[in-house]
Design a protein around this ligand. Sequence first.
Ligand code: 3PG
Length: 408
Amino acid sequence: MGFFKETIRNVPLSGDTVLVRADYNVPLDNEGNISDDLRIKASLPTLRYLLKRGCKVVIISHLGRPEGHEKKYSLEPIANRLSELLKKEVTFVDDTVGDTVYQAVRRAPKNSVLLLENLRFYEEEEKDSHAFAKAIVRSTRAAYFVQDGFGVVHRAHASTHALTLYLPSVAGLLLEKEYSTITKAMSAPKQPLVAIMGGAKVSDKIGVIERFVAIADKILIGGAMANTFLAYRGLGTGASKVESDQKETLDRLYTAAAAKVGAGNVDDFIILPVDVAVAPRIDPSEKRHIRAVTAIAADDIALDVGDKSIEIIAAHIASAKTVIWNGTLGYAELPEFAHGSARLALALATHPDIKSIIGGGDTADFALKWDGGTGNSFSHVSTGGGASLDLMAGKKLPGVESLLDARN
Ligand code: 3PG
């Protein structure tokens, strides 16, 4: 299915005041510096499009999960970074609704950018409050609402749902690109499609894994979730993290896999590591020790896929036409246990003919750092974490559903 919502290209914009929902929920380091600006960079095409048409662009976003007005979650540093990237002044407004906002928007000339303070400083945002949405519309006097915060469209909040009831609401270019790229790869991928699933928990990603059982040619499992799979297949996992409550889920998954490929071929379809890199504790000083998955000792913690598994993964990549990767293959914060993820990134980067889609969150952070911050080594690095998972799992996204339908 293609993109089925109206976008900024479908509405007549000329010098209007346009309210843009971005997702500037970016990672900050301990000093409050932005450690990854992918989401800010990804918002630029829509902003430039609107500026070219003389619009007054008023941006709203959340940052983190503040409890009330917590200064450390202010969007002011984002305004500064956005201004550098746009090479244009960005006026930061110290509130989200009310007279301060009204006056700032009124004073701003056409072809200008304002960023309002963190939406989540108001509890009404997460409550999908209509009164709050109306207050934003009244304060900004916007003519259109543009949803471009792909990373947050799986939430039904005031800025993803209620607002759309009070303004003509269309998608921005980032939302359109993310939605189209991911749904196309899931519904009409060039085959073979290899899905690589990692990260901490099976339970977080089961919807997506089930979808891959239906559509992928191979599913490769890594990360801490591989321990849960190995334990389910009767192997000892030592002191590794295992989800002990996933038996029924995995029964269901393996039954579906057996129905698709035949019971005798399941282990060649859902491919688990044959070896793992272990350490007795999670610490930067620990070195990786390789163990066959049949020989994990009681005090071993599996922290990465092992060297043979890495070669198997690379071989599967080499014969793929589409690769969808979600979840790091090991404890990638520690370089010693990032070998699997780094080798996977290299395999994708050296096969530019493969359509490679990297699902957001930690995986996108890792891929971008590996790539020197550009993401150019891959076909698509998603800005969405939960949103890309929900989209891949085939769920409806409230922030997309509520936009004007292009099919009517
Ligand atoms: C994200 O980073 O996944 C989005 O910005 C949503 O943030 P949330 O999980 O705090 O709602």
